[in-house]
Design a protein around this ligand. Structure first.
Ligand code: EPU
Length: 420
């Protein structure tokens, strides 16, 4: 078993280069299944979710060549099966994108029920509603999803709930459909725009991505040959921004799109941090105890749920009592039990949590309950006095590349240790 051992407190200082976005990469990779030919994807984060996505593509017949640690070519000319391996697809959430892509490309697909972080109920009814609106038949049974369509025909799809996954999946299934598909109440996250930009580079006709109405005019074919670079990760950038505030540090983050960081910047300013925005890089620093704040997580452009635990660390040591209202995932406060082991005073009730700020956190053994909880515990460990041991690293490795190396480079005393 591996654990991270973090000794604090240390103010984090220096520069971090932000990687490509996990949640864009895990959608763009299945989207390559739509291409009759090969394409090159750059700025891929080197994380386990990307590696699993690649394995799934290969299992379907795509050829993947790693050019370097962040660049691959995918040749999807010969897709040889419509059955994606259940063990791989049920390991992570984004395997649901294989459904939209394979329905488009092959008219049929079978995948395992998507896995991923346990954040509460994670239904896929809106994905299915979209596929059915375009003419597919979808059956969910025995841990598998089987979808089939003799022909996909564009239609109007109103999302009952704003869903990143369903918006992208309906987009994937509509790209090669006959006629026009309109997605209303679409999600607007930067990775939605990125997937649409990728598909348009390959010859799709998608308009309005980034607004709540997306129009997809079906085309006959997508052609390969192009190179695409994945958008910088808004959540990774936000994680380091909040790490600077929690540790009273001073970080410059390179390769980010600061427009995507506005809600985070606003909250950092509110708690007393300082932010200097240079468009494609951002400096965040803080030299005093953070102030209290109220946070409500919302779909983009609201405050992202994927930064809620990291913000929770800042609020746990803020001056005064803060609240967080989580409106996306019902079980995203599991990390608060772990922070309480480090001396925080947090009471979580349903979708709300109350943070009675303490002056200091103290190192303790803790468990990463999901990906972003893991990132939050690393930040807490760097800010805390003493030694923090963080277990369940597989969650963190799913979404952050070389997390300990990158924290070490900005001053953290952190190491990965293998334990019997
Ligand atoms: N929902 C439904 N029905 C559906 C789909 C979603 O009721 O068919 C509900 C969910 O239960 C949730 C809300 O809608 O309450 C939003 O879910 P969404 O579909 O937007 O989430 P997702 O696509 O499953 C992605 C990210 C998550 C991120 C959410 C919200 C990927 C692979 N995952 O999940 O990322 O929290 O959007 O922004 O893109 C993470 O990176 O740590 C992570 C969990």
């Amino acid at each position: 078993m591996e654990k991270l051992v973090v000794t604090g407190p240390t103010p984090l200082k220096g520069e971090v280069t932000i990687n490509g976005a996990k949640n864009a990469a895990v959608a763009i990779l299945p989207a390559t299944l739509l291409i009759d030919g090969s394409c090159t994807i750059e700025n891929l984060p080197n994380i386990s979710d990307v590696k699993i996505s690649c394995q799934i593509l290969e299992s379907l017949g795509a050829k993947i060549t790693w050019i370097d640690s962040h660049t691959i070519t995918v040749d999807s000319t010969n897709i040889s099966t419509t059955k994606a391996p259940l063990d791989l697809t049920s390991k992570f959430r984004a395997s649901y994108y294989v459904i939209g892509a394979m329905l488009s490309r092959m008219g049929e697909v079978e995948v395992g029920m998507p896995g991923g972080c346990k954040l509460g109920a994670r239904p896929i009814d809106q994905h299915i509603k979209g596929f059915e609106a375009l003419g597919a038949e979808v059956e969910v049974a025995k841990g598998k999803i089987h979808a089939k369509a003799d022909k996909l025909v564009g239609n109007s799809v109103y999302m009952d709930i704003v869903s990143v996954g369903a918006t992208i999946n309906v987009m994937l299934s509509a790209v090669l459909a006959e006629g026009t598909t309109i997605i209303d109440n679409a999600a607007k996250e930067p990775h939605i725009v990125d997937v649409a930009n990728f598909l348009n580079t390959m010859g799709a006709d998608i308009r309005g991505a980034g607004t709540d109405m997306i129009k997809i005019n079906g085309v006959e074919k997508l052609a390969g040959g192009a190179t695409y670079s994945v958008v910088p990760d808004q959540i990774e950038a936000g994680t380091f921004m909040l790490a600077a505030v929690a540790t009273k540090g001073d970080l410059v983050l390179k390769n980010c799109i600061t427009k995507h960081l506005e809600s985070i910047t606003a909250k950092i300013l509110e708690v007393g941090g300082k932010v200097e925005d240079y468009g494609d890089s951002i400096r965040v620093y803080c030299d005093k105890r953070p102030k209290k704040a109220s946070i409500k997580t919302l779909p983009y452009p609201g405050f992202p749920t994927d930064l809620q635990p990291q913000m929770g660390v800042v609020l746990s040591i803020a001056d005064g009592t803060s609240t967080i209202n989580e409106s996306i995932w019902e079980s995203r406060f599991q990390y608060t039990d772990e922070l309480n082991k480090m001396g925080a005073k947090i009471t979580a009730q349903g979708k709300s949590a109350f943070f009675e700020g303490v002056e200091k956190l103290y190192g303790a053994p803790v468990c990463s309950t999901d990906l972003r909880a893991g990132a939050a515990l690393i930040i807490a460990g760097v800010a805390a006095e003493g030694v923090t041991e963080i277990y369940n690293l597989e969650h963190i490795d799913r979404g952050y590349e070389d997390i300990e190396g990158r924290f070490r480079a900005i001053g953290a005393n952190i190491k990965r240790v293998v334990e019997d």
